[in-house]
Design a protein. Sequence first.
Length: 177
Amino acid sequence: MGTVKVHDKTFEIYITEAEIQQRVKEIAEQINKDYAGKRPLFIAILNGSFMFAADLFKHLRIEAELCFIKLASYKGMKSSGKVVTSIGLEEDLFGKEVIIVEDIVDTGKTLHNFLPKLMHQQPKSMKITALLHKSAATEYPLTLDYVGFDIPNKFVVGYGLDYDGLGRNLKEIYQVI
Ligand code: XMP
Ligand code: MG
């Protein structure tokens, strides 16, 4: 019961459904307090954050907007580094209180590269919530405002996170054995 097989790998349960739900509720309650009287725009990063975003949103009691975007990395023509571009961001962020919703921050590279693009639109504020943070693996400077769980640098699946496309449907979070 405590293990699942996804493709060729076996994973063991690491965070239970009840623990996830409790923590997501706590984060939502903190946001309810911090954003009382405001109307934040949540930008959830697909695909992994769809479940976290949905559960988080159910516990919000403030007025809030939500949109989903996808990030795509490509090699810049001139720079040697990876450039991150977003697909599906139609909202104008000018003057908005933005909260980025991520499933997991690992090295921090994705958000570190992407945030300046959002800041360019001059939102009033920009905060990040990540359900999971592999803080020991984070190499790029990034301030995470609401973190669910700090986890070791091991691959995890479930609750939206996948291993090669599978495992997203699991209600719990599993760690590779
Ligand atoms: P960076 O390194 O840019 O990575 O912070 C963030 C993205 O990498 C993926 N990622 C994972 N996906 N299990 C997963 O299913 C993991 O353990 C894992 N670690 C990183 C994820 O897409 C995240 O948005
Ligand atoms: Mg992701």
